[in-house]
Design a protein around this ligand. Structure first.
Ligand code: ATP
Ligand code: AMO
Length: 433
């Protein structure tokens, strides 16, 4: 068992045994300081050379930076120490020696490029500002789960190895499954829909999605974390309400419980929980407003998808999260229900000023319309029989959405690359570690 004293818990007057990483050694001659780091912070170990056993001084000061050591001694108050206390050691034990040459400098004094950092994530996460991202990510997911619980959802897990894709055929990763062609799932879409017709009715899933995205961009991953929601008897407006609740809860959780991490990222002063309701803009209004900014070379026309520059131009104007609703049916997937069976769909996106965060909508729950939709999208309904069949046995009207977990972290913290929000990102160049 872990019987050490965490550095943050060491109180003057205590006898403490601390263990952690050698952050820094400062040798001033007769006196030397070793700064020891653990997950809770740092503590100063003082070596007074003339007054201490030579072996102890030699072990403590001879160890390479980033080695793991265990130190036992008396905790004393010391104003000049970085945290106001220091340890005068009785014993120093080297638990795991580090090589003298490190591939990156966890003290952050020497900058490293992102690929070097991703190749050496263990060392990279010894830096407070990098560790903070993943502590915030964990808190965000915890808050999101709690919000879903407040909405009366059941958490589900659906298969990641599947027989068919749903979000467009080109982005699938094929695999071989006992001699048969199979794919890594792009979205829990069809499975979560099947669950609203089950006894569960309202569900969420937080899990990986796999997309063979061709492009290499700062906001796409080939393996991402999707936060999915689906509820029976919801329309798109109810789904947007739930989406707003969950996104706001993520911000609130981080604001409440991650003060130190926000501080490490330099965000303590600027971090804000979105307080206003997210405006809902129709697709038509959105393209009109983008055209009016004059930032695009070519004017958008009805039916165009929003180009990245268009999203940015509109995002700058909106200055906060906002929904785009009433998308043309023709550019939304087959499972999205049309509004009054017309040209407009119930599909919506939630936008952050810098990028899309969420897609969702009310779903087509009528069997005949659903099967027609497959054919119109060039998909073979027979391949999806496991799904369509259930729409013949009592499938209620329903709605839901999918939120990109890494994009939520990225936009919340103003990270400039989505890879910063993943421990071991998968992209076109990166399959290991
Ligand atoms: P020398 O043997 O070289 O004369 P010394 O043991 O007399 O060194 P000090 O003069 O006590 O060393 O301290 C050297 C430097 O370390 C000074 O700048 C002092 O302010 C700083 N210092 C001393 N003790 C501490 C401490 N416990 N925490 C932080 N800084 C300290
Ligand atoms: P969509 O394909 O828009 O919708 O995905 C939903 C959200 O997931 C995130 N996302 C990604 N994040 C990082 N890298 C990627 N390659 C990536 N692809 C998607 C985005 C996006 O907004 N089934 C629907 C959701 C639904 O209707 O419920 C779907 O998957 O933040």
């Amino acid at each position: 068992m872990d019987e050490r004293t965490y550095t943050a818990d060491a109180e003057p007057g205590d006898e403490a045994t601390v263990a952690g990483w050698v952050h820094e050694i400062r040798d001033l001659g007769g006196i030397a300081f070793l700064i020891l780091r653990d997950t809770t912070g740092k503590i100063q170990i003082k070596f007074e050379k003339d007054e201490m056993d030579d072996d102890l001084v030699e072990t403590g000061l001879g160890v390479h930076r980033e080695s793991v050591i265990r130190v036992a001694g008396a905790v004393e108050e010391e104003e000049r120490a970085p945290t106001g206390v220091e340890i005068v050691p009785d014993s120093v034990e080297v638990v795991a020696e580090a090589d003298p040459e490190l591939p990156l400098d966890p003290s952050g004094k020497v900058d490293a490029e992102l690929p070097t950092r991703l190749d050496n994530r263990t060392l990279d996460l010894r830096k407070d500002e990098v560790k903070a991202i993943f502590e915030i990510r964990a808190e965000l997911l915890r808050s999101v789960r709690e919000a879903f619980r407040g909405l009366g959802c059941t958490e589900i897990n659906t298969p990641k190895i599947v027989a068919t894709g749903t979000e467009g055929g080109t982005e699938l990763f094929p695999i071989t499954y006992f001699g048969e062609e199979a794919f890594m799932n792009q979205s829990p879409q069809l499975f979560k829909q099947l669950m609203v017709g089950s006894g569960l009715e309202r569900v969420f899933e937080i899990g990986p999605i796999f997309r063979a995205e061709e492009h290499n961009t700062p906001r796409h991953l080939n393996e991402a974390t999707s936060i999915d929601f689906e509820s029976a008897f919801f329309d798109e407006s109810d789904a947007m309400d739930a989406c707003e609740t969950v996104v706001r809860a993520a911000y609130e959780g981080v604001a409440e419980n991650c003060a130190d991490q926000l501080d490490a990222l330099g965000l303590a002063e600027t971090f804000e929980v979105p307080d206003e309701a997210f405006p809902r803009l129709s697709y038509e209004e959105a393209i009109e407003r983008i055209n009016a900014t004059g930032e695009l070379d070519e004017q958008l026309v009805w039916g165009d998808d929003l180009p990245t520059e268009g999203e940015h131009a509109l995002g700058k104007e909106m200055g906060q999260h906002y929904f785009i609703t009433e998308w043309p049916s023709e550019i939304k997937p087959f499972y999205i229900k049309d509004k009054d069976d017309g040209q407009l769909s119930t599909g919506f996106d939630l936008m952050h000023p810098s990028m899309e965060l969420v897609s969702g909508g009310q779903r087509e729950h009528r069997y005949d319309h659903l099967v027609d939709g497959f054919e119109q999208q060039g998909l073979d309904p027979d391949a999806f029989e496991y799904y369509t069949k259930m729409f013949r046995y009592g499938m209620p009207p329903h709605a839901g959405w999918g939120l990109g977990g890494e994009r939520l972290v990225m936009t919340m913290l103003g990270l400039d690359n989505i890879r910063e929000a993943v421990l071991f990102p998968r992209d076109r160049q990166r399959l290991s570690p």
